[in-house]
Each structure stands twice: as C-alpha cells, then as structure tokens.
Design a protein around this ligand. Structure first.
Ligand code: FAD
Ligand code: DHB
Length: 395
C-alpha cells in the first residue's frame, strides 16, 4: 500500500490534515485504532477560536457549524459572590469564539473525507511508524480484518494524541520534554438541560473551580474541579448537581437548571511540550506533541493551527521541492504552543483551588481576579488570548 502522507490518528488533527492535503491534491491515509462510532461520540472540547472557525469554513466543512454553532462575544468570571463579564466585543472588537462540540467537528470531517473517497481506516491495531530517519518511511499496522499491512509514504504525520505511538517511536535523546502536573482533575458532565446562562461561566470558589458551558439550546456542559484520579463512581448525579449548585449559585438571581445527565468522565490536568515536533520525516501535530490544561480552551485550536502549517509546508515541498517551511514547522508551531501553554497555565492557576496554597497565595489569586475584572488592560490580555491570536501574529 502506498500514499503520500501516512497519518496516524483520526482525531481533529489527523482528519483535518487529511482533508486539507486532499484540497491541495496530496493523498493520505488515516489510521485509527478506535471504531468510527467511538471517535464520533467522544465528548471533549467545545470552544473554537475565530481562526479555527475560519480554517474549517475555508476547508468547506463549516456548513453545520455555521448553522448549529453558537457564537459567543464574552465570558463571565464568577468569584466572591459576583459575576464579571469579559466583553470580547469591547476588548477585542470583531473577534469572538464559537461553541460547537469537538465530536461535531470530527463528524463533519469524517463525512467530508468519506464523501471525497478519502481513506480513513478505523479499528487498526499494532501501528508502528518506521524508517522516518530515512527517505523511505512506512507505517505497519494490522487491519480490522486481521491482515498485516505496510503503508509506504513520503512522510508520516503523528496525530495520535498524547497516548499514541508516534512520539514514543522517536529515538531517545531527540526530544526535550517540558511538563507540569496539576493536583486536580476535571469531572466533565453533559446534561440534557437548557443552559442556565447565555454565556460560559468560569467560577472560582473555595470548594474548587466550576465551569458552565453548553452545546445547544437543550444540552449543557459542565466541569468540576475534583481530586486527581477521582473515580467517576464517586459522583452520582445528585452529588454532581449539588456541587455545581454550591459552586455556581453564588450570585443573586442565578438558579441552575438541573435534569438528566447523559455523560460523565474525569480528565487529568497536564501541561506538556515535546520539542522539536519533528524527527526526520515524522512530524508530530496536536496532542501528540503538546497538552494544555483545558481551562484556556486551547488544545483543539492548537491542533488545528499545527495542521494548517503542516499542510502549507507539505504543499510547498511537493510543489517546489523546497524544505524551508518543513524545516521551520516545529519552531513556527512552538511559538503559538508556548503562548497557549502560558495562557492555559495562567487561567488554571487563576481559577482553581490549590490545597497547597497558603493564605498569602489565596490573596494573590484574588488580587489578580479583581485586577483582570476591573482593568481593561488586564481584561484585554485575557480576551485576546482566549479568542485566539490571529495566525499572522503568532504564525
Ligand atoms: P486526539 O483528539 O487525542 O486524537 C488522537 C487520535 O489518535 C484518537 O482518535 C486516538 O484514538 C488515535 N490514536 C491513539 N493512538 C493511536 C495509534 N497507536 N494508532 C492509531 N491511532 C491512534 N481544546 C480546545 O481547543 N477547546 C476546549 O474547549 C477544550 N476542552 C477540552 C475539554 C476536555 C474535557 C478535554 C479532555 C480536552 C479539551 N480540549 C479542548 C483539548 C482537545 O480535546 C484536544 O486538544 C484535541 O482532542 C486534540 O486533538 P488531536 O487530534 O491532536 O488528538
Ligand atoms: C469547554 C471546555 C473547556 O475546556 C473550556 O475552557 C470551555 C468550554 C466546553 O467543553 O464547552
């Protein structure tokens, strides 16, 4: 079997890369260990930056997002018994975010790939990227029917997320790793209830962080800061609603609408960067190369920014033979990655409760929350990072 770009992983990074390459006349095969239904049902991110929305629209996969996505022009920071709006329209005029579930993006991309006769092979196993330090890379894998296959390609794109095989396949000594763990996790909840507010609410309380988000006029999304490695079984629905009410019903007149919970899961919080995002002809993109804690809503958006650059670099190489953009891929991506790393770490420390914090630490946190909600200069910093810096500013 042969293709131009062998792509490992059918998450947003791998699927979008495959589609963008197709639009440039470059062939690819996407290999995914899970089945299609699993990938399309995996509930994760919800906040799309303007740049991400633009890339999806330009790629012709934005029809449903334009119809069903919810444009948002502000978020609320809630603490100390009051809500404070960060008004994007005033602080970063003309820029906004769209709330649209990651699994909807994934569904739209899979549909587009299949409609264009793209090859997305689900339920493969034992995926082994090989030969990427030569000019003849290949990926070996076992098809769903049990047949062992070798996929020869020009380059390999490792888009297989944090727990994939691409990054670990890189020989020791090539990558430098930078990381930070947090002493808490997020319990994510999808509920069949109308949102209780029009905008996202990021709540800081003494009992921990809570986030009110949404997916549609009838589906809400919530997150609660919980201890690390917390079993989901510790959180029956009644406890979830009680905790959400305690952390969110802290301002006069706000009442949480409760109802059936349709999905819940616990996500660890981690910051991680592997540099460089390349080894020979293996290029890493998205969570395979970097992870941010979700407080800044940046992970999916970074994955999109990576594959946008990788597409440009591969298209230039195929068209002219120039490796300039490919050689610059890692450094260019890492500028945006590190900006998002800082923002995500900063949002996380601003809004979560750290058991290790002493009274001094808690006062510092409160001081910054007061500042960011009273100074336009500070609020603009939050707003411009949250809506996402334009590609031309951090290419
Ligand atoms: P993934 O989505 O992890 O996809 C990797 C794919 O590779 C998977 O389908 C996996 O099954 C497959 N795979 C793994 N190993 C192999 C293998 N050996 N062979 C073949 N395939 C393999 N980001 C935002 O931008 N905004 C948000 O609001 C946001 N909120 C989040 C909330 C939560 C609770 C979580 C968990 C994440 C959130 N993120 C958010 C982050 C975002 O979901 C990820 O950054 C995004 O999924 C990264 O996409 P990816 O394609 O790089 O990796
Ligand atoms: C959502 C996820 C996030 O990580 C975030 O910061 C905001 C919203 C969401 O899933 O809706």
């Amino acid at each position: 079997m042969r293709t131009q770009v062998g792509i490992i992983g059918a998450g947003p990074a791998g699927l979008l890369l495959s589609h963008l390459l197709h639009l440039r006349g470059i062939s690819s095969v996407v290999l995914e260990t899970r089945d299609r239904e699993y990938v399309e049902r995996r509930v994760r991110a919800g906040v799309l930056e303007q740049g991400t929305v633009d890339v999806l629209n330009e790629a012709g996969v934005g029809h449903r997002m334009r119809r069903e996505g919810l444009p948002h022009h502000g978020i609320e920071l809630r603490f100390g018994g009051a809500g404070h709006r960060i008004a994007f329209e005033r602080l970063v005029p003309g820029r906004s975010i769209t709330v649209y579930g990651q699994q909807e993006v994934v569904k739209d991309l899979i549909a587009a790939r299949l409609a264009a006769d793209g090859e997305v092979l689900f339920e493969v196993s034992d995926v082994v990227p090989d030969g990427f330090e030569t000019d003849k890379p290949a990926i070996s894998f076992t098809r769903a029917d049990g047949e062992r296959v070798r996929l020869d390609c020009d380059v390999i794109a490792g888009c297989d997320g944090f727990h994939g095989v691409s990054r670990p396949a890189i020989p020791p000594g090539v990558l430098s790793v930078f990381e930070r763990d947090y002493p808490f996790a997020w319990l994510g909840v999808l509920a069949q209830v109308p949102p209780s507010a029009e905008e996202l609410i990021y709540a800081q309380t003494d009992r921990g962080f809570a986030l009110h988000s949404m997916r549609s006029p009838t589906i809400s999304r919530f997150y609660l800061q919980v201890p690390p490695d917390e079993p989901v079984a510790n959180w029956p629905d009644e406890r979830i609603w009680a905790e959400l009410r305690t952390r969110l019903e802290t301002v006069p007149g706000f009442a949480l609408t409760t109802g059936p919970i349709i999905e819940k899961s616990v996500t660890p919080m981690r910051s991680f960067v592997a540099e460089p995002m390349r080894c020979g002809r293996l290029y890493l993109a998205g969570d395979a190369a970097h992870i941010v804690p979700p407080t800044g809503a940046k992970g999916l958006n970074l994955a999109v920014a990576d594959v946008r650059l990788l597409t440009e670099a591969l298209a230039a190489w195929y068209a002219t033979g120039s490796t300039d953009l490919l050689d610059g891929y890692s450094d260019t991506c890492l500028r945006r990655v590190w900006r998002a790393q800082h923002f995500s770490w900063w949002m996380t420390t601003l809004l979560h409760t750290f058991d290790s914090d002493d009274a001094y630490g808690r006062r510092l946190q409160r001081s910054y929350l007061d500042y960011v909600t009273s100074s336009d200069a500070a609020a603009a910093t939050l707003a411009e990072n949250y809506v996402g810096l334009p590609f031309e500013d951090v290419p």
